[in-house]
Design a protein around this ligand. Structure first.
Ligand code: PEP
Ligand code: MN
Length: 337
């Protein structure tokens, strides 16, 4: 439920309302907009205090709570959230590119990949140390050694590092080495993992589950923010449909829908959607045109010999060409890189 306050309500009035709601056991969020202030009441059973609230000085209207995700909803916080990773801002004017291999395979491979993507203009380096693979016989990642190599790549290039965490018990270890923690599509519904990344301070890149709706993704984001971490970046990476020509179906509709429903930044992963490097640039360009705040793209120094997802990884030359095109495109849509 949202309590709309009278225009120019004093700090004292707001504090009284907040105190009352907190004493009743609710979590509240006060938002200031051009139209005035409002208080979002988070938690089940907020209707029970409606009567009392209505009678309080300063409250002009009560609005029912449409979404089940008040903390990430744009209704409750109209201004866009900018997630900062050191000096990088995701959710502002800049279209932020995250690039690198699917997995960290060796010291040479990740350092080479980092240099390639840095010199082409990427802002963050991606690379999985813990890989959630569909088959138990596929390469599972280098684990802690992979995290150390990512940290070395950051020290050498200045790129910030994004890597996936697959289990709640690994969160502290991954957070020690990485700048952004990725929750993969397969784990979007892993609520204990979502709560675990919600109770640590590093930003979280939350990927859409391959069979999840936009609202389910927002509920997953709500878990993280409710856990205490407001620094969440959403990622559309393609969903499973009847179409089998591409690895997944990139749901570009999700970009404007998410932008409407949430204040959180939205990025797109064209690589896992396409499944083939030939199709990645077209999807990347379309995502930027659709209003994405960034991209996460797989790039490998030697895709033919990649341990995972080589078929969809751009070559160094392919990535440089994509970055050149994105430079033109971002200007055309009033963004920058
Ligand atoms: C990945 O980023 O390499 C990955 C496994 O992605 P997703 O979780 O979207 O499949
Ligand atoms: Mn991958």
């Amino acid at each position: 439920m949202i309590a709309v306050l009278e225009k120019g309500a004093s700090l004292r009035r707001k504090a009284e309302i907040v105190r009352f709601l907190e004493q009743e056991g609710f979590r509240v969020q006060v938002s200031e907009t051009a139209e005035g202030a409002f208080v979002s009441i988070v938690g089940e059973g907020s209707e029970s205090v409606a009567e009392a609230l209505r009678g309080m000085p300063g409250v002009v209207e009560l609005k029912p709570d449409a979404p089940g995700y008040p903390l990430v909803s744009r209704t409750h916080k109209p201004e866009s959230t900018r997630v900062k990773v050191e000096d990088i801002v995701i959710g502002g004017r800049e279209v932020v590119v995250i690039a690198g291999p699917c997995a960290v395979e060796s010291r040479e491979q990740i350092l080479q990949a980092a240099e390639v993507v840095r010199s082409a203009g990427a802002r963050l380096l991606r690379g999985g140390a813990f890989k959630p693979r569909s088959s138990p016989y596929s390469f599972q990642g280098l684990g802690e050694r992979g995290l150390e190599l990512l940290a070395e790549a950051r020290d050498r290039t200045g790129l910030r590092v994004v890597t996936e965490v697959v289990a709640p018990e690994d969160v502290d270890l991954v957070a020690e080495h990485a700048d952004v923690l990725q929750i993969g599509a397969r784990n979007m519904h892993n609520y204990r993992l979502l709560s675990a990344v919600g109770s640590q301070p590093r930003p979280v890149l939350l990927k859409r589950g391959m069979m999840s709706t936009v609202d389910e993704m927002l509920l997953a984001a709500e878990y993280i923010v409710a856990g205490g971490n407001p620094r969440v970046i959403l990622c559309e990476r393609g969903i499973r449909t009847f179409e089998t020509s591409s690895r997944n179906t990139l749901d570009l509709c999700a970009v404007p829908i998410l932008k409407e429903r949430t204040h959180l930044p939205v990025i797109v992963d064209p690589s896992h959607a396409a499944g083939r490097r030939e199709w990645v640039p077209a999807l990347a360009r379309a995502a930027v045109a659709a209003g994405a705040d960034g991209l996460i793209v797989e790039v490998h120094p030697d895709p033919a010999n990649a341990a995972s997802d080589g078929r969809q990884s751009l070559t160094p030359d392919g990535f440089r060409e994509l970055m050149r095109e994105l430079g033109i495109l971002t200007t055309a849509v009033g963004r920058c890189m």
